[in-house]
Design a protein around this ligand. Structure first.
Ligand SMILES: CC(C)(COP(=O)(O)OP(=O)(O)OC[C@H]1O[C@@H](n2cnc3c(N)ncnc32)[C@H](O)[C@@H]1OP(=O)(O)O)[C@@H](O)C(=O)NCCC(=O)NCCS
Length: 209
């Protein structure tokens, strides 16, 4: 499933995805059991001009995973490495398929191409899957009781890292458009079938009259 960059027009779908998360997942994602109003506020204040929001759509074009790469407001603190923070959620029925890891890798690539040298993840220490993703990518994980912080140093950007990102972006757009056409085509076929059924019923009735 290709990863797509999300924009302002996706706010509603991002909210739907996050609001569908059960209490425990909200706790793991935000660090507290976020209420609906808090989630809505988070979505309403997402800064698409500054940050990168990534998503994965299934075949029915439902948003099943969302990642947020938050850049610190510019200018960054002098003398400190340029940093971005990563947060992610995958719909429970779509877990264990590598989507979380792929979103992380894509966010790291995006950050790297924007001159960021450290990716930061704040997670609860009990969050095995998130910490597994970070560790596997080579992040340094520091545990402080119930909370953990992971730091991933990113290599400098290169021509190939920019090409990789451009290709992924292009593939994701093509995939989304294909899914959209397929959905419209299926709706058209369903419509034709419905009309045929109705016509069949009507001709049956008139044959009896
Ligand atoms: C964290 C989350 C995004 C992972 O999504 P996912 O698509 O299932 O993740 P992936 O399939 O890419 O990988 C999960 C990894 O965790 C591992 N894992 C699963 N359960 C685990 C556990 N209890 N302890 C340790 N590792 C675990 C898997 O084996 C896999 O590692 P692998 O690729 O080496 O096999 C998802 O669980 C989620 O949305 N959780 C709720 C929100 C959240 O916790 N967000 C992160 C905080 S920012």
């Amino acid at each position: 499933m290709p990863i797509r960059a999300l924009g302002r027009r996706h706010r509603k779908r991002i909210a739907q995805h996050l609001l569908s998360l059960p209490e425990r997942d909200r706790y793991l994602r935000f660090g507290y059991a976020a209420r609906d109003e808090q989630i809505q506020k988070y979505v309403d204040t997402l800064n698409f001009s500054r940050d990168e929001v990534l998503g994965i759509f299934n075949r029915k074009l439902q948003l099943i995973a969302v990642a947020h790469l938050a850049y610190e407001p510019t200018p960054q603190i002098k003398g400190r490495a340029a940093m971005a923070e990563f947060g992610v959620s995958v719909q429970s029925t779509a877990r264990g398929r590598g989507y979380g890891r792929r979103l992380f890798e894509r966010a790291a690539l995006h950050a790297r191409n924007r001159g960021i040298d450290t990716l930061f993840i704040h997670a609860l220490s009990e969050n095995g899957p998130m910490l597994a993703i970070a560790r596997k990518a080579g992040a340094k994980v520091e545990r402080d009781g119930s909370e953990s912080e992971a730091w991933l140093r990113l290599p400098p950007d290169s021509v190939s890292s920019h090409v990789d990102e451009a290709i992924e972006r292009h593939m994701a757009e093509a995939d989304f458009q294909l899914k959209r056409h397929l959905r419209n085509f299926n709706a058209f076929i369903d419509g034709v079938a419905e009309v045929k059924t109705k016509l069949g019923k009507n001709s049956g009735k008139s044959a009896k009259q």
